[in-house]
Ligand binder design. Sequence first.
Ligand SMILES: CCCCC/C=C/C(=O)SCCNC(=O)CCNC(=O)[C@H](O)C(C)(C)COP(=O)(O)OP(=O)(O)OC[C@H]1O[C@@H](n2cnc3c(N)ncnc32)[C@H](O)[C@@H]1OP(=O)(O)O
Ligand SMILES: NC(=O)C1=CN([C@@H]2O[C@H](COP(=O)(O)OP(=O)(O)OC[C@H]3O[C@@H](n4cnc5c(N)ncnc54)[C@H](OP(=O)(O)O)[C@@H]3O)[C@@H](O)[C@H]2O)C=CC1
Length: 296
Amino acid sequence: MLFDKQCLAGKRVLITGGGTGIGKGLARHLAAHGAEVHIWGRRAQVLEDAAAEINAEVDAQRVHWQAVDIRKAEAVDAAVGEIWEKYGPLTGLINNAAANFIAPTKDLSPRGFEAITSTVMNGAFFTTHAVGRRWIANGLKGSIVSTLVTWIWTGSPFVVPSAMAKAAVNAMTMSLAVEWAKYGIRVNAVAPGPFPTDYAWKMLNPTDDSSVGATQADEVPAGRFGEISELGNLVLLLQSDGCDYITGETIAIDGAHHLAAPSTFAGLNKLSDEQWAHIKEQAKAASEQSKAQRTV
Ligand SMILES: CCCCC/C=C/C(=O)SCCNC(=O)CCNC(=O)[C@H](O)C(C)(C)COP(=O)(O)OP(=O)(O)OC[C@H]1O[C@@H](n2cnc3c(N)ncnc32)[C@H](O)[C@@H]1OP(=O)(O)O
Ligand SMILES: NC(=O)C1=CN([C@@H]2O[C@H](COP(=O)(O)OP(=O)(O)OC[C@H]3O[C@@H](n4cnc5c(N)ncnc54)[C@H](OP(=O)(O)O)[C@@H]3O)[C@@H](O)[C@H]2O)C=CC1
């Protein structure tokens, strides 16, 4: 293990979207290094199972969960208040929850645009605001890390609402780093390259036709996908007290994918309307399955 197993003892970190994929991996990594972790999502059973699995691994009740839809500002504020009252102040926040699917922009409906942007942009703001204003009111320092994507630098066709909303969270990162530095609140972000996770790959690569640069390992200069423990180590460093002078930064962790430029969905330009209809059908079936499990 690169870091001491107790290096995050005394830390209390909220991870939105912490019940699956990268968020769950980060919850596991931070809990394995001594942190108390709070995970959010909209499916109670998924969260309960994730918390139980990690708690069993660390042999402690270190992961707690709440079913929260981050698009609802009041619910976000109430849930953060509940953490403060029941457990104590958070020391860190990871804005990780997201929604996304590939689609030709000309065919996007306003509701499709809103489903993605309201989650990524509004959700990250509501959560940051609910946590940050409590830190400021209580005179506490804190660390915010948002999970972005390298499209904040390159843009990407076929995922325009995601690229726009992630760029907005990048702007929030730089802006609040300046506004909140005087309170000891650090605001950073990570921009992962491809780290295959179940749900993201159902949304971003649902058919054989949709296998292009952004979701492939062969064009990553490092020659492989990212591993969640690597991302975990970076986030751990940003959540620790070891590098307090880093703020306002978005750090790419992508094996140089975006510098070599195959990191977007440009390869989807070749698809026909029929192929897109099939992609939509597959991605929507995956969404419906997960929506049937939502409890909020
Ligand atoms: C280099 C590699 C980079 C990889 C970067 C990864 C980035 C990611 O963010 S991956 C994250 C993937 N995870 C998720 O998306 C998890 C959350 N997802 C969901 O909640 C659903 O899948 C959702 C995105 C569809 C949103 O659900 P909800 O808010 O309940 O929205 P609705 O189902 O009501 O749909 C709203 C609207 O959107 C249209 N729509 C849904 N799916 C598609 C699709 N695949 N293609 C086109 N349009 C879609 C849907 O039809 C609705 O519009 P209207 O028909 O106009 O009502
Ligand atoms: N995987 C990859 O290669 C990359 C991922 N990223 C980013 O990493 C993060 C995690 O993605 P990944 O793990 O792959 O995908 P997942 O789909 O597994 O994670 C998204 C999480 O967000 C939660 N979520 C979505 N909408 C809401 C909402 N309204 N309120 C609360 N929670 C919500 C989902 O849970 P539920 O649906 O139950 O609410 C889910 O747990 C995202 O920000 C993504 O953009 C960035 C670059 C690359």
